[in-house]
Design a protein around this ligand. Structure first.
Ligand SMILES: Nc1ncnc2c1ncn2[C@@H]1O[C@H](COP(=O)(O)OP(=O)(O)OP(=O)(O)O)[C@@H](O)[C@H]1O
Ligand SMILES: [Mg+2]
Length: 248
């Protein structure tokens, strides 16, 4: 294949690949942003599950918020057995979630670990599994550790560059707190992401909400510039490429 043709990594999420010319550009960093409960973790895990089961692309999940037990339980609801993938060495889960016994930590008190340590752990799993997909859910938690935005940006950039160096595709999730918050707590992830996907769950009337998805940016791709309907079904997330959401 020519060096100038962008290879695509299929998400396998029904309806999504049609919006992005077949998939994410291989080896890129994609930011998945949205408010709490918009489906970021489900989508990221579905990306890993599909990669491992349909495209022979093993994955690594780094979880900083939810425990592996809860993630496995939640994904099982959609018929996605992550534990079976772990046993088959198609998925590795790096657990950096706060343990149940620990008291909740305040901002600035997060135990310090160097990002190069995290990088080494991730790269080790990538090598062992031959992983092609990595998810960090969510990087925002790590951001509290840094005092300076410059150091933060530099460290994140290095981490993303080193993970994607061997054409591994990286998804970072980021929670948007408010309308004025930009794309995440620090808005820095967007700098290093070559793609940004935003998930919404907006009020459409006094008694109901409607889910939707927007491809805000995807370098090198002629992506949809509209907001599309999205639903969380018994099989996980599904996007309606032809249906334009009026909810936002
Ligand atoms: N089985 C299901 N069927 C339908 N909707 C579901 C199901 N399971 C979860 N959901 C919806 O998905 C939401 C959780 O999705 P997810 O954990 O991916 O959100 P998130 O964007 O990662 O949130 P956070 O920012 O809190 O991490 C739930 O609040 C619920 O609305
Ligand atoms: Mg989440």
């Amino acid at each position: 294949m020519s060096d100038f043709v962008i290879e695509r990594v299929k998400t396998g999420i029904p309806g999504l690949d049609e919006l992005i010319e077949g998939g994410f550009p291989k080896g890129d960093t994609i930011l998945l942003a949205g408010r709490a409960g918009t489906g970021k973790s489900i989508m990221a895990n579905q990306f890993l599950y599909n990669g491992a089961t349909e495209y022979d692309e093993p994955g690594v999940l780094v979880t900083l918020e939810e425990s592996p037990h809860l993630i496995k339980r939640n994904m099982m609801r959609f018929g996605m057995d992550l534990d079976a993938l772990v046993k088959k060495k198609k998925l590795a889960i790096v657990d950096l979630s706060p343990s149940k016994e620990a008291t909740p930590m305040k901002i600035g008190e997060y135990p310090s670990f160097d990002l190069s340590g995290l990088e080494a752990i991730i790269l080790n799993h990538v090598k062992k599994l031959g992983a092609k997909r990595v998810v960090i859910d969510t990087l925002a938690i790590l951001a509290y550790k840094f005092r300076s935005r410059d150091i933060l940006r530099e460290e994140f950039f290095k981490l993303a560059a080193n993970i994607t160096r061997a054409d591994t595709t990286l998804i970072l999730t980021s929670e948007i707190q408010s309308q004025h918050d930009g794309l995440g707590v620090f808005d820095i992830e967007a700098f290093l992401a070559s793609g940004v996907i935003v998930l919404y769950n907006e009020m459409i009337s006094e008694t109901s909400r409607s889910r939707s998805i927007e491809v805000l940016k995807l370098r090198g791709s002629k992506h949809s510039s509209r907001i599309h309907s999205m639903r969380i079904t018994d099989e996980g997330i599904r996007v309606w490429p032809a249906e334009i959401s009026t909810g936002v």
